[in-house]
Write a protein of this length. Structure first.
Lengths: 214, 509
C-alpha cells in the first residue's frame, strides 16, 4: 500500500513568453499563498515535466514555438491530466470552445481580475487533487487485489456479479461453507466493509483494467 | 527756265509742229509729183492723189498733219491745176470745185485721223489685255506651284508625323491612313476600312469603343476613347483614339479626322500607380487596420495584465496578516514599470498615426478629379459601373493635400461602387463639382446603389461603424478626419434612391 507522495507540493506552472505577465501572475498567486514556477515557452515546461508533479498549468495561447493550444493537445495525447487554465489576449470564441472541450478548466481573457484567476486555480487544484486521489485509490485497490489467490479472485468476481453463495458453490463445485470462507477472506484482504464497497472496488478495478487494455 | 521745261517744250514742238509738217509735206509732195504726169492722161483736174496724201498725213501724222496737208494741197491745186494755172487766184467757175475739194479733204482728214486714233486705242487696249493675261497666268502658275508645294508638305507632315492619323467619310468609312498607322497595323489603307479596325481592338475594349464610335457618328460630337489596339506584331498597346468631325459651312458633317496616340507607357505607369494605390488602400482599409488593431490590443493587453495582477497581488500582500511590506513594495515597483511600458505603447501608436507631413498645394480640383477618374476607370469597367463627371468650370484653386483628397475620393467612390454591386438597375457613379458660397467648392459623389438605411446617417462617419461584412468601419472616419483637417465638412444626402456623399472645401483654406 502506497500513500500520496509527501514531496509533491501543489504548484502552479505558469507558461507565458511575456516576463511581466508571468511575474504578475506569479506574484498574485504567491500573495494567495500558492507556489509557482515560471516558464517562457511550452518546450521549457515539457523539459521539467514529470508524472509526479501536482498542481495546474496556467498557459498563454500565443507562445513562441509550440503554441498553448498545441501544448494542450500534446499533453492530452501523452495522457498527462494536469489541469489547464488558458490565458489569451484575443477573445476568439471558437478557440475558447475548443480549449474548453479539450479539457481546459478555465479560459481567461487578458487582462483578468484576481478573483477569476484564483478561483480558476482553486478549481484546477481541486480537480488535480481528486485526480491524484483517484489514482492513489486505484493503486491501492490494485495492490490489494494482487494479494488474492486465484480461487478468491474467482469468488470475488461471482459475488460482485450478484450470485448467492449457493449458486457460486454449485458453479465451481465447492461446498457452501468453503465458498463462505473464501468470501470472508476476499472481504478481509480487500478491506471492504460491505458487499457494496466490494462491488465499487471491483468496478474501479475493472475500469482501470479496461482502460489500460483499451 | 529749267532744262526739263525746255525739253518739254522742244518735245511739244516736235510732236505738234515739226512732225505733222514733215509728214504732210512728204505726202503732198509725193502726190504732186505723181499728179504732174497723170494730168496729161486724165482730162479733168486730177486731185485724187491729194486726197490720198491728206488721208496718209492724217493717218500717220495725226489731225494736225491732216490739216497742214489740206492747206498745202489746196494751195498747190489752186496754183498748178485750177485755172488760171500757175496763179493763186481762182476763177469764179472753179471756186465751187476748190471748196468741194477742201471740204472733202477736211472730212477725209478728220475721218482718217479719228480712225487712226480708234485703231490706236484698240491696239493699246489689246496690248494691255495681253500684258494683263500674261501677268495673271504667271500669278496662277505661281500659286498653283505654292498649292502643290504646301499639299506636298502637308502630305509629308501627315506621313512623317510620329502619330497614327486617319480620315473617314461621314459614315465613318476610312478613306486615308498615314504611314505610321499602316505600319503599326501592318495593312494597307483599304484593310482598315469596314469591320477590320474593330477586329484589331482588344475584345474587352471593343464593345465600348464601338458603342462610343457609333454614338459619336450619330450625335456628331467629338469622340475620345482609350483602347488596346493590336499591332502587326500581335501585341496590344494602349492608345488614346481621338476623332473630331469636320463640318461644311451648312453645319453638315463632311468627314472625320482621327488620331491614335500611343499611351502605352503612360497607361503602364498609371496602372502601376493605380495598383499601388489600390494595394495601399486595400491594405489600409482591410488588412492593416484589423491587424494593427489586434496588434495594438495585444501590446496593450500585456502590460495591462501584468499591471492588474501586480496591483491585485500588492493589495493582497498589504491585506495579509501581517502585511508583507517587502512583497507589496516589489509589486508596486512592477506596477510603475508596467505603467511606463503601457504608456510607451500608447505613445508609439500615437506617433504611428500622427500626421507629420503637412502638405498644402494649390490644386485645380477639376483636374484632380479628372486624373482620379482616369485611375478609377478600369475598376469601374470591371464592376460594370459607368463613371460620369459633371464638373463646373472656373472653380477657384484650392489649397489642399491632393493625395489625401484623392484618398477621400477613392474611399467614397469605392463605397459607392460597392453599394451598387447588388443593384439591378443602371450603375452610375457621378462625381460633380460646384461652387457653394464664394470661395467654397462642393464636391459630391452620387451612386445609384442600395444605399444606407437612414437611421445610420449620424453614425456613418464614426470609427468602426460599418454595414459591410468585411468592412473595418474606418473608411468614412478617415474621410471625415481628412476633410476636417482641411477645414471642410462632409455629410451624406439622399435623392430618390441615390446616396450622395458631399464635402465642401474652402478656397482660402
Amino acid at each position: 500500500m502506497t500513500s500520496v507522495r509527501s514531496d509533491s507540493v501543489e504548484t502552479v506552472f505558469i507558461v507565458d513568453d511575456d516576463e511581466a505577465t508571468r511575474a504578475g501572475v506569479s506574484d498574485l498567486l504567491e500573495s494567495a499563498g500558492l507556489r509557482t514556477q515560471q516558464y517562457s515557452s511550452a518546450e521549457e515546461f515539457l523539459e521539467i515535466w514529470n508524472p509526479e508533479i501536482a498542481g495546474c498549468l496556467v498557459l498563454d495561447v500565443r507562445l513562441p514555438g509550440m503554441s498553448g493550444m498545441e501544448l494542450q493537445g500534446h499533453l492530452a495525447e501523452s495522457g498527462i491530466a494536469l489541469p489547464l487554465i488558458i490565458m489569451t489576449a484575443h477573445g476568439d470564441m471558437p478557440m475558447v470552445r475548443k480549449a474548453l472541450k479539450a479539457g481546459a478548466v478555465e479560459f481567461l481573457i487578458k487582462p483578468f481580475q484576481d478573483a477569476e484567476l484564483l478561483e480558476a486555480v482553486e478549481q484546477a487544484f481541486a480537480l488535480d487533487r481528486s485526480r491524484r486521489r483517484d489514482g492513489e485509490l486505484l493503486h491501492s485497490i490494485q495492490a490489494r487485489a494482487g494479494t488474492l489467490t486465484e480461487r478468491e479472485r474467482q469468488v470475488m468476481g461471482m459475488v460482485t456479479a450478484g450470485l448467492t453463495n449457493k449458486e457460486i458453490a454449485e458453479k465451481i463445485f465447492l461446498s457452501v461453507v468453503t465458498v463462505k470462507l473464501h468470501r470472508s477472506q476476499v472481504m478481509r484482504k480487500m478491506q471492504a466493509e460491505s458487499l457494496a464497497d466490494l462491488v465499487k472496488m471491483s468496478e474501479w478495478f475493472n475500469k482501470s483494467r479496461g482502460s489500460a487494455g483499451g | 527756265m529749267t532744262a526739263s521745261a525746255v525739253n518739254r517744250i522742244s518735245q511739244g514742238m516736235f510732236e505738234y509742229a515739226l512732225k505733222p509738217c514733215a509728214v504732210a509735206l512728204c505726202f503732198v509732195v509725193v502726190a504732186l509729183l505723181w499728179t504732174f504726169p497723170l494730168q496729161h492722161v486724165i482730162a479733168y483736174p486730177f486731185v485724187f492723189l491729194f486726197f490720198g496724201a491728206v488721208m496718209g498725213s492724217a493717218w500717220f501724222g495725226g489731225v494736225i498733219a491732216g490739216f497742214i496737208a489740206v492747206v498745202l494741197s489746196s494751195l498747190l491745186i489752186t496754183y498748178f491745176f485750177i485755172p488760171p494755172l500757175y496763179s493763186i487766184s481762182v476763177t469764179k467757175e472753179s471756186q465751187s470745185f476748190l471748196a468741194a475739194f477742201i471740204l472733202s479733204a477736211i472730212a477725209i482728214s478728220i475721218v482718217s485721223s479719228t480712225r487712226k486714233r480708234a485703231e490706236n486705242a484698240v491696239r493699246s487696249a489689246r496690248d494691255q489685255l495681253e500684258v494683263q493675261v500674261q501677268v495673271r497666268t504667271a500669278e496662277l502658275e505661281e500659286s498653283n506651284l505654292e498649292i502643290r508645294e504646301s499639299e506636298r508638305q502637308l502630305r509629308m507632315l501627315t506621313e512623317a508625323i510620329p502619330q497614327q492619323i486617319w480620315r473617314a467619310d461621314l459614315l465613318g468609312r476610312i478613306e486615308y491612313c498615314n504611314q505610321h498607322l499602316r505600319d503599326y497595323i501592318g495593312g494597307s489603307s483599304g484593310a482598315l476600312s469596314g469591320e477590320f479596325f474593330f477586329t484589331i481592338l482588344h475584345p474587352e475594349d471593343e464593345p465600348i469603343f464601338r458603342h462610343r464610335w457609333e454614338s459619336a457618328l450619330t450625335s456628331g460630337e467629338r469622340f475620345e476613347v482609350q483602347a488596346r489596339v493590336r499591332g502587326a506584331d500581335g501585341i496590344f498597346r494602349w492608345f488614346l483614339v481621338r476623332s473630331i468631325p469636320q463640318r461644311t459651312e451648312s453645319g453638315r458633317i463632311a468627314r472625320w479626322y482621327g488620331i491614335h496616340i500611343d499611351i502605352e507607357e503612360q497607361h503602364r505607369t498609371q496602372q502601376t500607380l493605380f495598383r499601388a494605390q489600390e494595394d495601399l488602400s486595400r491594405s489600409g482599409r482591410a488588412i492593416s487596420l484589423a491587424e494593427m488593431a489586434a496588434s495594438i490590443a495585444h501590446e496593450l493587453n500585456q502590460p495591462l495584465t501584468a499591471l492588474l495582477t501586480h496591483a491585485s497581488a500588492c493589495r493582497r500582500w498589504l491585506q495579509a496578516e501581517p502585511a508583507n511590506m517587502q512583497r507589496a513594495s516589489a509589486a508596486a515597483d512592477r506596477i510603475v514599470q508596467e505603467t511606463t511600458r503601457a504608456a510607451e505603447v500608447v505613445r508609439r501608436v500615437r506617433s504611428l498615426f500622427s500626421k507629420t507631413d503637412y502638405v498644402r498645394l494649390s490644386t485645380n480640383i477639376n483636374a484632380l478629379i479628372e486624373e482620379f477618374a482616369g485611375l478609377l476607370r478600369d475598376e469601374a469597367i470591371r464592376r460594370g459601373v459607368s463613371l460620369k463627371l459633371r464638373l463646373t468650370e472656373e472653380l477657384p484653386m484650392l489649397h489642399i493635400d491632393p493625395v489625401q483628397i484623392q484618398q477621400v475620393l477613392l474611399n467614397l467612390a469605392t463605397n459607392g461602387m460597392e453599394a451598387m454591386t447588388e443593384s439591378d438597375g443602371p450603375k452610375i457613379l457621378e462625381i460633380s463639382t460646384a461652387t457653394r458660397r464664394p470661395n467654397e467648392v462642393l464636391i459630391s459623389i452620387s451612386d445609384s446603389g442600395s444605399g444606407f438605411p437612414e437611421h445610420v446617417d449620424a453614425r456613418m462617419f464614426e470609427p468602426f461603424f460599418t454595414t459591410k461584412k468585411e468592412g473595418t468601419g474606418m473608411g468614412l472616419a478617415i474621410c471625415r478626419s481628412i476633410i476636417e483637417a482641411h477645414d471642410g465638412q462632409i455629410w451624406v444626402e439622399r435623392l430618390d434612391s441615390n446616396t450622395i456623399f458631399c464635402f465642401v472645401l474652402k478656397a482660402g483654406a
